[in-house]
Design a binder for this molecule. Structure first.
Ligand code: FES
Length: 165
């Protein structure tokens, strides 16, 4: 196996082998493998991870890049320490999803797709997160905050900023 500028640690490579053992062919593990790569690298896929993962899975770089660019859960730029995803699809939209997004944009002083200057918060507008019955919602890193109110958002932003100070 080629040793490039990026690679999993030996401990994570053991996890990778355990993952491969669950699939008939390695390439079937591509999605969880990309999640692992993001988890190990601050929530995004720095240059080089696509080709490393392609080699691990025995597939082409184009295949991996196609998957990375198809799903918005994979990122090729660094997110904020707190990456916030807000669903504004119709079911969430009817329950206040757009208001949640607008409120966060005002509170954080950024638009969807941007990161605050201090690197604390990044904001992303997403499609259905398969939790329509919990709308409106936001997902912060891996934590889903369901039926969120604008007051709860204010409290969360204040508390999170206070933790940093
Ligand atoms: S439409 Fe928002 S979670 Fe499904």
């Amino acid at each position: 196996m080629r040793l490039g500028t990026v690679r999993f640690s030996e401990a994570v490579l053991k996890e990778v082998e355990a993952l491969f053992a669950r699939y008939p062919v390695k390439v079937n593990a591509l999605l969880p493998l990309l999640h692992m790569a993001q988890r190990e690298n601050g929530g995004w896929l720095q240059p080089g991870w696509d080709s490393y993962i392609a080699e691990l899975c025995g597939t082409t770089l184009n295949h991996v890049r196609g998957v990375i660019t198809f799903y918005n859960m994979y990122r090729t730029s660094a997110p904020g320490k707190y990456h916030i995803m807000v669903c504004t699809c119709l079911p969430c939209g009817l329950c206040g999803g757009a208001e949640v997004m607008e409120h966060l944009e005002k509170r954080l002083g950024i638009h969807a797709g941007e990161t605050t200057g201090d690197g604390m918060f990044s904001l992303e507008e997403v499609q259905c997160l398969a939790a329509c019955d919990q709308a409106p919602l936001m997902v912060v890193n891996e934590d889903m905050q369901k039926r969120i109110t604008l007051e709860q958002i204010d409290r969360w932003v204040e508390d999170t900023r206070a933790k940093k100070a």
